[in-house]
Ligand binder design. Structure first.
Ligand code: FES
Length: 161
């Protein structure tokens, strides 16, 4: 029986990636791990909202969604920093400069993907496709997409945080 999925938590385009994946997998409860992979690739991490939405959509209890997300070291729960910067490293973004953006963040802030600055202000994450390829390279600061990003434009936003 096909389940009626709940509405995505926001109109962020990345939810469409997650919804498409769930639809293709038939909203089966045992597709939980695959769907969480897609969500993490889209957002860079899994937060409460994502786990709740995916759990409800697949008809699995939230405890199971949390259990899976915390059991597998591949999954990253919401990062610790006050702000989050997700650099897309999908093909379109990578060939258009994502590598240079990551190199600049590493050089100027000593920040590697998955890490948080010492002052706890900024966490850096990567995602495989943010669903905004026409804006490549795309970077999401908190919930705001910054398209056609350059190392300079990213650093200038980071300095304003
Ligand atoms: S590859 Fe970066 S948004 Fe699609």
């Amino acid at each position: 029986m096909q389940r009626t999925a709940p509405r995505a938590p926001s109109d962020d385009k990345r939810w469409r990636i997650v919804e498409t994946r769930m639809r293709r997998l038939g909203y089966k409860p045992d597709s939980l791990i695959e769907v969480l992979h897609s969500a993490q690739e889209a957002f860079g991490y899994l937060d409460d909202e994502t786990l709740k939405f995916v759990g409800e959509s697949l008809g699995v209890p939230p405890s199971r969604a949390y259990g899976v997300a915390t059991f597998y070291s591949h999954f990253t729960l919401k990062p610790q920093g006050q702000h989050t910067c997700v650099v897309c490293t999908g093909t379109a973004c990578y060939i258009n400069g994502a590598k240079g953006i990551l190199a600049r963040l590493a050089k100027d802030l000593g920040l590697k993907p998955g890490a948080t600055t010492e002052d706890g202000k900024l966490s850096l994450l990567t995602a495989r496709c943010l669903g905004a390829c026409s804006l490549a390279p795309a970077v999401v600061f908190d919930a705001n997409t910054h398209g056609k990003a350059t190392a300079e434009s990213v650093m200038s936003r980071v300095e304003k945080l």
